[in-house]
Ligand binder design. Structure first.
Ligand code: NAD
Ligand code: 0WE
Length: 260
C-alpha cells in the first residue's frame, strides 16, 4: 500500500522528462497518488501530455502563472472534476536570461519584477486559488535553491526571488496552519534540467558539487521526488514553513573538506 493512496496531486512546472516536477510527479504516482498536470500552453501538447498520459493523468491544463484568469480557470476546473486537492506542487521559476549573468547591481526594474512575479508571487497566487479545494491534511510544496541564503555566481535576481519564495512559504504556512494545510520548500542541489541549460559554468558547478558534497554525488530528480513524497504524506504531519535540503549535505559546508 502506497504512502499517498487515495490522495490527489496537481503538479505545476513539467517542461520535459528532465524536469524536477516530473521527478516529483512520478514519485507521487508510485506511492499511489492520482496526479494532474499544469504547464504553459506551448509545452502542453508536444511535451507534457505524453508524460502525463504515461501516469494515467486525466487532468492536463494550461496555465501561465502570470495570468490571474488562467490560474483561476485551472482550479475551477479541478474543483468541478475532483472536488478536493491534497497535494499542490509549485516547481517553476523564470528570470530573463540577461539577468542571470554579469553583475547583480545592473538588474533592471523589469527584470526584477518578472523574476519575482513568476518565481515567488505565483506561489501565493496558486495557493490562494487552490484554497477552495485544499483541506485539512493538504500539503503545498515549492522548489527553492540555496542561493537564497548564500551568494552563488550569476544566480543574481533569482536569488532574491528564491528568498522571497521561502518567505512566502513561511507566511502561507502561518496563514493556513489553523486549517491543517502545510506549506514547505525543498532546496535541491544543481540538476541538469531545461532551466539549467545554458547557465554559465553549470558543468563546472556540477563537477565541483560532486567533489565537495558530503555524499560525493550529484542530486537526481528521483532524490527530490522521494523527499516530496515525505512532505506530501501524513508522515510529515507536524512540519510546515520549512526548507528541506536535498543537496547531499552541501549547505552545511563553511569550507570543503580537503581531498583524502
Ligand atoms: P524546468 O525548466 O524543467 O522547469 C521550470 C518550469 O517553469 C518549466 O516547466 C516552465 O514552463 C515553467 N515556467 C516558467 N515560466 C512560467 C510561467 N510564467 N507560468 C507557468 N510555468 C512557467 O527546470 P527545473 O530545474 O525542473 O525547475 C523547477 C524548479 O526547481 C524551479 O523553481 C527551479 O528554480 C527549482 N530548482 C532547480 C534546480 C536545478 O538545479 N535545476 C535546483 C534547485 C531548485
Ligand atoms: O533555479 C534554477 C533555474 C532558474 C532559472 C534558469 C533560467 C535559465 C534560462 C530561471 N530562469 C532562467 N531563464 C532562462 O532564460 N536553478 C537552481 C538552476 C540554476 O540556474 C542558475 C544556476 C543554477 C544552479 C543560474 C545561474 C547560476 C547558477
Amino acid at each position: 500500500m502506497g504512502l499517498l493512496e487515495g490522495k490527489k496531486a496537481l503538479v505545476f512546472g513539467v517542461a520535459n522528462d528532465h524536469s524536477i516536477a516530473w521527478g516529483i510527479a512520478q514519485a507521487l504516482h508510485e506511492q499511489g497518488a492520482m496526479v494532474g498536470f499544469s504547464s504553459i500552453a506551448e509545452l502542453l501538447n508536444k511535451r507534457v501530455r505524453p508524460l502525463a498520459e504515461s501516469l494515467d493523468a486525466t487532468f492536463i491544463e494550461p496555465c501561465n502563472v502570470q495570468n490571474d484568469d488562467e490560474v483561476a480557470a485551472v482550479f475551477d476546473k479541478w474543483k468541478k472534476q475532483y472536488g478536493t486537492l491534497d497535494i499542490l506542487v509549485h516547481s517553476l521559476a523564470f528570470a530573463g536570461r540577461d539577468a542571470l549573468s554579469g553583475q547583480f547591481v545592473n538588474t533592471t526594474r523589469d527584470q526584477f519584477q518578472l523574476a519575482l512575479d513568476i518565481s515567488a508571487y505565483s506561489l501565493v497566487a496558486l495557493t490562494r486559488a487552490a484554497l477552495p479545494v485544499l483541506q485539512a491534511g493538504s500539503s503545498v510544496l515549492a522548489m527553492t535553491y540555496y542561493a537564497s541564503e548564500k551568494y552563488v555566481p550569476n544566480y543574481n535576481v533569482m536569488a532574491v526571488a528564491k528568498a522571497a519564495l521561502e518567505a512566502c512559504a513561511r507566511y502561507l504556512a502561518v496563514d493556513l496552519g489553523p486549517q491543517g494545510i502545510r506549506v514547505n520548500c525543498i532546496s535541491a542541489g544543481p540538476i541538469r534540467t531545461l532551466a539549467a541549460q545554458g547557465v554559465a559554468d553549470f558543468k563546472l558547478m556540477h563537477k565541483k558539487f560532486k567533489e565537495v558534497a558530503p555524499l560525493r554525488r550529484l542530486i537526481t530528480i528521483e532524490d527530490v521526488g522521494n523527499a516530496a513524497v515525505w512532505l506530501a504524506s501524513d508522515l510529515s504531519s507536524a512540519t510546515t514553513g520549512e526548507v528541506l535540503f536535498v543537496d547531499g549535505g552541501v549547505n552545511l559546508l563553511a569550507l570543503a573538506a580537503p581531498d583524502e
